[in-house]
Write a protein of this length. Structure first.
Length: 224
């Protein structure tokens, strides 16, 4: 029976990429070895057994926490029901969600009429239902030393790349060479921390290459 280590579960509006504006249930899994310096969820990196709590305790915590709880697929679905969630789109993020086999979870959700999206760094094999929407934010030259996998790039429905300077565009060009074959994912540039310089660069490159701009809408309107 599949168990998932979960940092938080909440209902909100998706603020990024192709599903911007869609009511969503976010399932944030615990654990990530990639080590992105600008990561805004560093509290999800460590899988320390001493930080395990029960679901009720974690769900009632306020703000960011390193605590996590273990749930099966059916327990997670029961949690959705207990919380009264109404959204029919589920975003599985992290941490790095593809550290886990997401096939059992994604398959059950899709059977129940949910649409499913994974947000991943592209540094792990992606094990999920074929109808899952896969968002790859390829993490290149990160402190964790993990490489972006060709298989992850080829599975991507969209590539969402954080940018702040020209070298980030060069890094994206590097991993785009992995896209051999017919797969043509949507490409989004996302300014890091909404910095003006980063935003101006993203707009410029999007226009030049007919890519798309992704803004972190949830941060502009002040929601999680």
């Amino acid at each position: 029976m599949s168990q998932y280590k979960i940092n938080e579960v909440f209902q909100s509006i998706q603020g990024e990429g192709s599903y911007t504006g869609v009511p969503s249930i976010f399932v944030r899994l615990q654990g990530c070895p990639v080590g992105c310096p600008w990561c805004d969820t560093k509290h999800t990196w460590t899988l320390d057994p001493q930080l395990e709590r029960n679901a009720n305790e974690v769900m009632t915590e306020q703000g960011e926490s390193e605590h996590w709880f273990d749930h099966t697929v059916e327990q997670l679905l029961a949690l959705f029901s207990a919380q009264g969630y109404q959204a029919k789109h589920v975003v599985i993020s992290g941490g790095e969600p593809c550290m886990y086999d997401l096939l059992p979870l994604s398959t059950r959700l899709i059977e129940l009429g949910y649409s499913v999206q994974i947000e991943t760094s592209g540094t792990f094999e992606i094990l999920t239902h074929t109808d899952t929407w896969v968002t790859v934010s390829p993490k290149v030259n990160m402190p964790g030393g993990k490489s972006v996998l060709a298989s992850a790039m080829l599975r991507a429905n969209e590539i969402k790349h954080p940018v702040a300077m020209e070298k980030h565009i060069e890094e994206l060009d590097q991993v785009l060479t992995l896209l051999t074959g017919p797969n043509k994912p949507l490409i989004y540039l996302q300014p890091i921390s909404q910095q003006k310089r980063a935003t101006d660069l993203a707009i410029k490159v999007c226009i030049e290459r007919n890519w798309r701009l992704s803004l972190q809408t949830h941060k502009f309107i002040g929601i999680e």
